[in-house]
Design a protein around this ligand. Structure first.
Ligand code: SAT
Ligand code: MN
Length: 608
């Protein structure tokens, strides 16, 4: 199979060469250039339905929407199969898997050889962030999965528009993203509903700015514009170009006085970023608007403020726990249809369902494994990492700034995680470098978003542990360097939040969800100098009256609020050796400055 360059919808020389090279290697039956149109999406959907891979949902329930069930072994990111292949091992750092790039390319080239037999090779041009940005970040994914092509249309600016822009004013650079499910079909061989391969590789070549993925069809392993490009490769671009590519939501909050604030928040996967991004504030007079729920690219403007842009075009949200009581705005977004659902449960009347969607469970369902399900089944109907893939512009509280190529000035950055103990509901750091210290020491209990054990506390710097595309010590240093990368830096204030603290008997101390608006109100009060705080060895925490509890005084009485805000010196002392162990693990390139900050923290705790 070779590319007919006279028929290809582009003249981009490097792109045409790359497509030809990959076609010669993977030997697909045909090559298809995605234009990103509605007609194309409908056609691919219909083909997948006919092939038995997808179900079309009932249009009266969710219009233009499809249901997919993956192979039960292909349901999450595979961090142990994810590699950063820099020339030098030290540049991948102590937190990433590393292999020599030439060796890795040799191994994977053999895997790709003939891997698209019997399949269509989709060429998927895309742009992360607005196409009219000053420095648009293009990519092209080659994939043998139509599910990927359909999902990329939702998650990125995809098709004809980006392809044209890639040759405007000369051929522009793009990140080549190669993906194969690794399930070739030989003559007469029947397909399976979810082709994938036991052997999986999710590989990044930071120096080449290239991504090679093999063996998985799922989410972050296969939609390469997301974590692979927008975080792992973009974090390397950001290091080299003086900006930050982060795992953060972006939210606009407007106070009763009409003042607007933009807040970014970094939380590990499945710790409530989407819920916070779409918060429905319970505090009177406050409104929230969404700009993004997962990724935030922050660059300095001329004046030295950090401006955030969400490079994505859709939401890839965790379904379970998303419901009318917890995240009504997500439910409204999904109800707009045009969505792809993966590994949730199906209702008998052609809709989808998952745990937490409604207060009462339906009596009968078809679970994510395709089995009939009843209330007596005793298993979850939806996989805990099942997802909805939905266009951003269906979000009823989407800010009209969301696709402004200049982005929005970020006033505050929140770091957070899921911790049952130690970390108070909110604390404010005293400086940028203190913020970096807190970001570097952040930790969370693991979730179902990645394969592996759930509920183990692991350090997760800036919620980026699985997504830093280079040495983690250098990454932390780059954060510190933000103070010197602009002549007049006006960096955001940094806060640490924990919605998940529990009482001794295991109950959540804070109601969370819309009530988190009370914490956000305190945070912006701190920006304006109007909210009270007490200084503790670990930062500033709210005084008891500084959190507005109007309407929830019974649920969160003084005692409960004191417990959720408590800085317990003994608990923090137990945290110190864990932080020491972590800093040691981060190795020789980890900034010395933070070791000194840790010593200062120890002294402060001893004197408290
Ligand atoms: O699978 S993804 O990486 O896209 C989602 C996540 O883990 O946050
Ligand atoms: Mn994420």
């Amino acid at each position: 199979m070779s590319v007919d360059t006279t028929q290809a919808p582009t003249t981009h020389k490097a792109l045409l060469e790359w497509v030809s090279e990959i076609a010669a290697l993977t030997e697909p039956d045909s090559i298809y250039w995605c234009d990103g149109s509605q007609e194309e999406y409908d056609r691919l959907g219909a083909e997948l339905v006919a092939a038995g891979t997808a179900f079309k949902l009932d249009d009266s329930k969710k219009k233009n929407s499809y249901y997919f069930a993956s192979d039960p072994d292909d349901v999450a990111r595979v961090e142990d199969r994810t590699y950063i292949c820099s020339t030098e091992e030290i540049d991948a750092g102590p937190t990433n898997n590393w292999r020599d790039p030439a060796e890795m390319k040799a191994v994977m080239t053999e895997l790709y050889r003939g891997s698209m037999h019997g399949r269509t090779m989709y060429v998927i041009p895309f742009c992360m962030g607005p196409i009219d940005a000053e420095d648009p970040k293009f990519g092209v994914e080659i994939s043998d999965s139509a599910y990927v092509a359909m999902s990329m249309r939702i998650m990125t600016r995809m098709g004809e528009g980006p392809l044209k822009a890639m040759t405007t004013g000369g051929d522009r650079a793009f990140v080549p993203c190669l993906h194969s499910v690794g399930f070739p079909l030989e003559e007469g061989q029947a397909d399976v509903p979810w082709p994938c391969n036991e052997e999986k590789y999710i590989v990044h070549f930071p120096e080449d700015r290239a991504i090679w993925s093999y063996g998985s069809g799922y989410g972050g392993n296969a939609l390469l514009g997301k974590k692979c490009y927008s975080l792992r490769i973009a974090s390397v671009m950001a290091r080299d170009e003086g900006w930050l590519a982060e795992h953060m939501l972006i939210l606009k909050l407007t106070s009763p006085a009409g003042k607007a604030y933009h807040i970014a928040g970094a939380f590990p996967s499945a710790c409530g970023k989407t819920n916070l991004a779409m918060i429905d504030p319970t505090l009177d007079g406050w409104t929230a608007e969404t700009l993004g729920d997962d990724i935030n690219w922050m660059r300095f403007d001329k004046e030295g403020y950090l401006r955030g842009v969400n490079p994505e075009n859709g939401f890839f949200g965790v379904a379970p726990g998303t419901g009318w009581s917890t995240n009504p705005n997500a439910m409204r977004t999904i109800d707009g249809g045009n969505s792809i659902f993966t590994n949730v449960a199906r209702t008998l009347d052609g809709d989808v369902w998952w745990e937490g969607m409604t207060d009462e469970n339906p009596a009968e369902l078809i679970d994510w494994k395709g089995e009939p399900w009843t209330l007596e089944s005793g298993v979850k109907a939806a996989h805990p990492n099942s997802r909805f893939t939905t266009p951003m512009d269906q979000c009823p509280i989407l800010s009209d700034e969301w696709d402004d190529p200049k982005g929005v000035r970020i006033d505050a950055i929140l770091f957070g995680g899921r911790r049952a103990t130690t970390i108070p509901l909110v604390l404010e750091t005293s400086s940028w470098s203190h913020g970096v210290f807190v970001g570097a020491t952040c930790s969370s209990e693991t979730t179902a978003a990645a394969k592996g054990k759930v509920g183990v506390v692991r350090r997760d710097p800036m919620a980026m542990l699985p997504f830093i595309g280079y040495n983690a010590g250098d990454y932390i240093q780059h954060w510190l360097d933000m103070e010197t990368l602009h002549e007049t830096p006006h960096l955001p204030k940094v806060f640490y939040v924990n919605w998940f603290r529990k009482s001794d008997d295991g109950k959540f101390l804070w109601p969370g969800f819309g009530e988190n608006s009370r914490v956000l109100a305190w945070i912006v009060g701190r920006l304006d100098g109007t909210a009270d705080a007490v200084q503790t060895p670990v930062g500033f925490v709210p005084t008891l009256d500084a959190i507005d509890r109007t309407g929830i005084e019974d649920e969160v009485d003084d005692e409960t609020l004191a417990a959720v805000l408590k800085v317990d010196v003994d608990e923090w002392k137990q945290e110190i050796p864990l932080i020491e162990e972590w800093f040691t693990k981060l190795g020789e390139r980890f900034p010395k400055q933070l070791w000194k900050d840790l010593e200062d923290l120890k002294t402060a705790l001893d004197n408290a």
